[in-house]
Design a protein around this ligand. Structure first.
Ligand code: E4P
Length: 226
C-alpha cells in the first residue's frame, strides 16, 4: 500500500514528505479553502505542492460540463508532469475522463461510492479511483465494506487497456478518518490510502512503542554509567 496525504497545507506536506514514506498528495476544493486559498493562486499552489512531492498530486476541477472539465484538466495537467486531474464521478466527469485519458492525462475519479460508479470510471480511463469511506460512516453505513466491494470488483478484471500507457488502475481509499481505516483498507488490498495529516501522525504511534523506547533509554543510561 502507498500513502498519499489528503491536504493542501504546504507545511503538512513538507513535514510528511520528510518522513520518507509519502507517495503523493490529494487536494480538493474544501481542503484548499481550509488553508485560505485564493482562486487566482490555485495553479501556483498546485505547482508548489509538485515541487515538494515527486509522486502524483491530485488537483480537482470544479467545472460541471465535460468541455469545461476537459479545459480545466488540460490547464491543471500543464502545471507539472505529476499532476493528476481529479474529477467527480458523474456523467460529465466520465466523458471528460475519457477525453483526458485519450490525451495522455491521468485522472483520479473522486466522490466514488459504489461498485458500478467505480467500474464506469475504470472503463472511462481513470488511472485512480477514490472510493470514500468516512462519508459512508457519517451516514451510519459501513464505509469499509463499500470500499472492499470496490477493491474486489476492480481487481476481478483488467482495465489497463483503457488507461494512459496501459497502467493498472489503482484504488485510493479516501475519506479516511482513522488508523484503523488504513489497516482495514490495506488488508482488503486497496492500493493507496489518502490520509489527513492527523491520521498519518496516529499511524506511527503506539503506547507499547513509547513504553519500550522509554525502557531502552533508561537501560542504556545504566550501560553508559556502568
Ligand atoms: C479524496 O481525495 C478527498 O479529498 C478526501 O479523502 C475527502 O475526505 P473527507 O470525507 O474527509 O472530506
Amino acid at each position: 500500500m502507498k500513502f498519499f496525504l489528503d491536504t493542501a497545507d504546504l507545511d503538512e506536506i513538507k513535514e510528511a514528505a520528510s518522513w520518507g514514506a509519502l507517495a503523493g498528495v490529494t487536494t480538493n476544493p474544501t481542503l484548499y479553502s481550509r488553508i485560505g486559498g485564493k482562486l487566482d493562486d490555485f495553479h501556483n499552489h498546485i505547482a508548489r505542492i509538485c515541487e515538494i512531492v515527486d509522486g502524483p498530486v491530485s488537483a480537482e476541477s470544479v467545472a460541471m460540463t465535460r468541455d469545461e472539465i476537459v479545459r480545466d484538466g488540460r490547464e491543471l495537467a500543464a502545471i507539472a508532469p505529476n499532476v493528476v486531474v481529479k474529477i467527480p464521478t458523474m456523467v460529465e466527469g466520465l466523458a471528460a475522463c475519457r477525453t483526458l485519458a485519450d490525451e495522455g492525462i491521468r485522472v483520479n475519479m473522486t466522490l466514488c461510492f459504489t461498485v458500478p460508479q467505480a467500474i464506469l470510471a475504470a472503463r472511462a480511463g481513470a488511472r485512480y479511483i477514490s472510493p470514500f469511506v468516512g462519508r459512508f460512516d457519517d451516514i451510519s453505513e459501513d464505509g469499509l465494506s463499500q470500499l472492499e466491494n470496490v477493491v474486489t470488483a476492480i481487481n476481478n478484471y483488467d482495465y489497463s487497456e483503457n488507461t494512459v500507457n496501459h497502467e493498472q488502475v489503482e484504488i485510493i481509499a479516501a475519506s479516511i478518518r482513522s488508523a484503523n481505516h488504513v489497516t482495514q483498507a490495506a488488508l482488503m488490498g486497496a492500493d493507496i490510502a489518502t490520509v489527513p495529516f492527523n491520521v498519518l501522525k496516529k499511524m506511527i504511534q503506539h503506547p507499547l512503542t513509547d513504553r519500550g523506547l522509554e525502557s531502552f533509554l533508561k537501560d542504556w543510561e545504566k550501560v553508559a554509567n556502568a
